[in-house]
Ligand binder design. Sequence first.
Ligand code: ADP
Length: 253
Amino acid sequence: MASNEDIELLKDGERLDGRSFDELRDINIEAGILKRADGSAYIEWGKNKVMAAVYGPREMHPRHAQETTKAVVRARYNMAAFSVPDRKRPGPDRRSIEISKLVSEALEKVVFTEKYPRSVIDVFIEVLQASAGTRCAGLTVASVALADAGIPMSDMVAGCASGKIEDQVVLDLGKNEDNYGQADVPIGYIPRTEELCLLQMDGNLTIEEYEKAMELSIDACEEIYELQRGALKEKYSTDLDEDEIEELKEGVE
Ligand code: ADP
């Protein structure tokens, strides 16, 4: 967050992209787009374009990395070289290693890992185009890909950030707001239990500002959660009525 007083982020009290302070950028999510992955999903969030692919559960190699009582959720966040205006040097850097770790830990909170001892569930997050908020977009789309893979989970995780620009608390920072704003607070939220599984803060907020930011982000996560569910429903929707579904279920049991 390279705060710069000279860069204007509000004009006549309004955000430059015309959004209100509590408005998300446009979000579109699609489930199940890759044939060879066990599960996959794609998200467009503003100008961000992010893909997630899930492989597993499968036996963990190397064996010394196995956990005897549970599966390891191993997320890898990667930005394509062409995802940012200046070419990004390929391969892991400090930032992507950090994001991979915190996304892995956030997803582990919802996956029933104890069902698959000694296994690994690989989650590849590929950022094709980046424009602020990619860790939240990555976490959100990875949750849909895990569900698409049929991995048992207590819930999906929705991610979103709020922050501060020109002393105003606003939802879902855009690129310049993120780069030149005063603070950025990304969260990962589990709607069913109302728990946080990711919380970071870049910059400074007063307690009141922090509380406002959390309120904005949590409300937005509830909205994003509906989009995640909508993407899965679209892929898995059926013309069968409830009775026909029950009949099929009985057949399987
Ligand atoms: P997030 O994408 O989760 O907001 P950051 O706050 O670290 O993560 O990054 C903000 C934005 O800065 C990114 O979304 C991306 O647009 C840009 N960015 C990040 N890393 C690089 C990089 N190595 N080169 C150019 N732009 C980058």
